[in-house]
Design a protein around this ligand. Sequence first.
Ligand SMILES: [Zn+2]
Length: 353
Amino acid sequence: MDDKALSTHLQTLLRAQGLSAFEAPVRDVIAVAWRRSAPKQTVSRLGSLHALQPGTGRTPRPKILLAAHMDKIGLMVTQVIDGFCRVAEIGGLDPRILPGQPFIILGREPVPAVVILPPAALLPPDRKADAARLQDLWLDTGLPAAEAARLIRIGDPAAFAQQPVVLANERITGPSLDDRAGIAALTVCLEELAARPHRWDMIAAATVQEEETLGGAATSAFAVKPDLAVAVDVTFAAGPGLPEHKTFPIAEGPTIGIGPNAHPAMVRAFEQAAGKAGIKYALEVMPANSGTDAIALQITAEGIPTAVIGIPLRYMHSAVETVALADVRQTGRLLAEMAGALDDKFLPDLKWE
Ligand SMILES: [Zn+2]
């Protein structure tokens, strides 16, 4: 997959719907993209997609599960009054970035809307400078009351309507790069591994509900019962005004998480794979819960040795999340290098130390 094809693939993922607990549309897109290199696919009871790429080692073969979440953040309609909707958030949404955003309500049919808040001039003087609060924000559809009642029901999801934009320097911006960038990295990994023999079975998973419950990762790990698992998600990229020690440079490769969610032997395996393939990376300190699928993968059954790989991303949980295409590719390459290097000794030698 060359850069142009990867960019197109990622933009197709960004255009696909699939808020947390409503992932079916994006799952269909991913299933088609992964079919070329991993045609044996299943869907879990909660809706996660699993794609198997068989290894060449003796059966029963050890398995590694590489998981990225396909759900995305957005809003949910809680009340319809005339043509206006009150909303709750799906996933963590910062109300400061919502006013003025175009949305699409996914009701009986798609309904365009904009997020409005009262003009400052009409607010009491002591509230003029307040940051926007979700309870003050409405979606305005412009619809007459009867038509709004026909098309929109409470519980309908609403997604950012912002379309992906390619910025200079192969930067891609748009909503849901968290974690569709991770899905695209898995696509790269699957294609790399399809082209070379690898001993372990590799299962790529597009998990559901990461933004809300981690229920996709927990149930996928239980269904697949892998020997090792990796959560591939986005992390904070450096940018103007941000603390350097909490962010990672963009276009300089993925991060390898270290901390309680990351098994030390897997961290070493990723560092070795990166060194061998000449892939730049940064270590990311995660002293507590990594805030990714890793926590659910890791504590399934009697525990699954897990790693956390991050793709630096700017403006997380906004409509203009931004990644460097090169980081998506290098993340996919790193996953393929690590998974492809797993041999018959890795598990017997595995100790947490
Ligand atoms: Zn994420």
